[in-house]
Design a protein around this ligand. Structure first.
Ligand code: ATP
Ligand code: MG
Length: 251
């Protein structure tokens, strides 16, 4: 089982959109895939038409009293299951803090481990923040994919994550940036794509263009490739999946 995460400290850069589209591509190839919506905004859960009905107690999952598998829901797509962002992630963060102060290590990792029996790929969609939760994700993920809009501010948040990895002895080689929402009419976007900064040397080759059809995912409540296979942006996501698969093969 491989675990990957979509992360960026910066909000609204395409983490969720990418996570959902990549999950669809993996599942459509017959790879048993689980997507875990770790963001209380619940955008991934919304796009995959999923929500938790009962109120789950994070404490019981963290202590192992209730098996985490109980949170898993199926989606409209074969080979694709989801843990929706239903239970209170504010409590979750608090519980993580308490459990780690008791000397217990990475709970996210511990919770994911049993999924190895059922899934070949686990995809984590992260909230746009640094927290104990995301730190545990940094530790757990085999590879992290960081969508970046080709602007200086977006690049800066990548550098902050890169520096955090170095300072905390996490391997920055696991960070793979990729450009999203690229608008080639904009000079800065073109310049950055042609002359990517050295810190992005480990990036994926595919750049995702800005395209209005992506917004339709929210209307259709579906991954882009589930309703569009012809546009440039849909093909870019397919290509991005091939890049990610290649990255995982090289681990
Ligand atoms: N390539 C694209 N072209 C046009 N719009 C896009 C593209 N990618 C994402 N969007 C839109 O941008 C908005 C933000 O995308 P998304 O929710 O994936 O970002 P995010 O990084 O997960 O945000 P957050 O930090 O809030 O979790 C959404 O409305 C989405 O439809
Ligand atoms: Mg998101």
């Amino acid at each position: 089982m491989e675990t990957i995460a979509f992360f960026n400290l910066k909000g609204g850069v395409g983490k969720t959109t990418s996570a959902v589209n990549i999950a669809w591509h993996a599942a459509s190839e017959g790879i048993p895939t689980l997507i875990w919506d770790l963001d209380p905004q619940g955008a991934t859960s919304w796009l995959l038409k999923s929500k938790v009905k009962t109120k789950h107690e994070p404490k019981r999952f963290l202590s192992g009293k209730t098996p985490i598998g109980k949170l898993v829901k199926s989606t409209d797509y074969s080979n694709l299951d989801i843990i929706p962002a239903g239970f209170s992630y504010r409590n979750f963060e608090q519980q993580l803090l308490e459990t780690s102060s008791q000397g217990k290590k990475n709970l996210i990792q511990k919770m994911i481990e049993p999924f190895g029996e059922h899934y070949a790929l686990v995809i984590l969609d992260c909230p746009p923040s640094f927290s104990l939760l995301t730190e545990q994700v940094f530790d757990t993920a085999d590879a992290l994919f960081i969508p970046i809009i080709p602007t200086h501010l977006s690049l800066r948040t990548f550098e902050q994550t890169y520096e955090f990895f170095k300072a905390n002895k996490l391997k920055p080689k696991r960070l793979h940036a990729f450009f999203t929402m690229v608008d080639r009419r904009r000079t800065l976007h073109r310049v950055m794509l042609q002359h990517p900064p050295a810190v992005l040397k480990n990036r994926l080759a595919t750049a995702i263009p800005y395209a209005a059809i992506v917004e339709q995912m929210g209307e259709q409540r579906a991954p882009l490739p589930a309703f569009d296979t012809t546009t440039v942006v849909s093909n870019a996501y397919k290509q991005l999946w091939l890049d990610i698969k290649q990255t995982l093969n090289e681990l």
